[in-house]
Design a protein around this ligand. Structure first.
Ligand SMILES: Nc1ncnc2c1ncn2[C@@H]1O[C@H](COP(=O)(O)OP(=O)(O)OP(=O)(O)O)[C@@H](O)[C@H]1O
Ligand SMILES: [Mg+2]
Length: 248
């Protein structure tokens, strides 16, 4: 029995700060697996988040607070994720090194693979396979400024961002938890088309082999363009700027 809650795991919830809306999900373990305990979503006005940047932090913070209230959440431990072109994922082959040497080897590799100054990124990695003399590592880097911007919006709402993941890996976690064929030997492409960013993650044998975020999303289809004269219809109203290939 846990006394005064000591030893109890803090209850976390997922907070998805997307371009079009803030979404919150709380799952609980039940007999049949994970069950949805709470869910809420609060739309964000246009351009509050644009080109991957939080332009109006107070609006995002207010939406987070509203989401918490709607979902009836009492805990403060939020798990969030970020996406965008600043998120770099590379699967890198390395010669086998000891756990002690790995940190230095990763730093060295990162300088070759990450197109930003190493001091400007948060870097993380996971060894996904190894043999007698080689290993394969998934290297992840994302701009510190972006992570801190999202964390600040969460903290301003009175919460702690206890985990900051990438959207692409959050989808992978979800797939692995919910897919009955999750241990299949086939490669699986996971694609999340958001309002402004498309996240892709190709996984094989439980590990990411390729992940990239593309700056294209549903907003391009659902919001008419008002700026390009080329995209205006004959009666003068603006037409969707969605490419034909996506429309069909
Ligand atoms: N019923 C629907 N039919 C078609 N498209 C829809 C529908 N509902 C939402 N969408 C599209 O999905 C988008 C919202 O998706 P989602 O909530 O995943 O985006 P987001 O997380 O806010 O954005 P991002 O991850 O790109 O920052 C909307 O912009 C819209 O284009
Ligand atoms: Mg999203």
């Amino acid at each position: 029995m846990a006394l005064f809650g000591l030893g109890k795991k803090p209850t976390t919830f997922g907070l998805d700060i997307g371009t079009s809306a803030v979404k919150l999900v709380e799952l609980v373990q039940s007999k049949g697996g994970l069950a949805l305990k709470s869910f809420a979503t609060v739309p964000l006005p246009r351009d509050v988040i644009a080109e991957g940047t939080i332009r109006e932090p107070q609006v995002v913070t207010d939406a987070i607070k509203e989401c918490i209230e709607k979902a009836g959440i009492s805990g403060t431990s939020a798990v969030i994720s970020v996406s965008g072109r600043e998120a770099i994922v590379k699967r890198v082959p390395l010669p086998k090194v000891t756990a002690k040497e790995l940190g230095d080897a990763i730093q060295l590799e990162a300088e070759h693979h990450i197109p930003f100054a190493i001091d400007d990124v948060f870097l993380d990695y996971q060894v996904v396979s190894q043999s007698a003399n080689a290993m394969s590592v998934v290297l992840v880097a994302t701009k510190k400024v972006k992570v801190l911007e999202y964390v600040a919006a969460v903290e301003a709402a009175g919460l702690d961002a206890v985990v900051v993941d990438l959207d692409a890996f959050a989808i992978q976690n979800q797939f692995e938890l919910s897919s009955p064929g999750g241990d299949s030997t086939d490669a699986v492409a996971l694609i999340d088309i958001g309002a402004s960013v498309m996240k892709t993650n190709v996984i094989h044998a439980g590990a990411c082999i390729f992940a990239r975020d593309v700056p294209f999303g549903g907003k391009r289809c659902s919001e008419p363009s008002t700026t390009s004269p080329r995209l205006r219809s004959r009666n003068g109203s603006a037409r969707s700027s969605c490419p034909a290939a996506v429309r069909s």
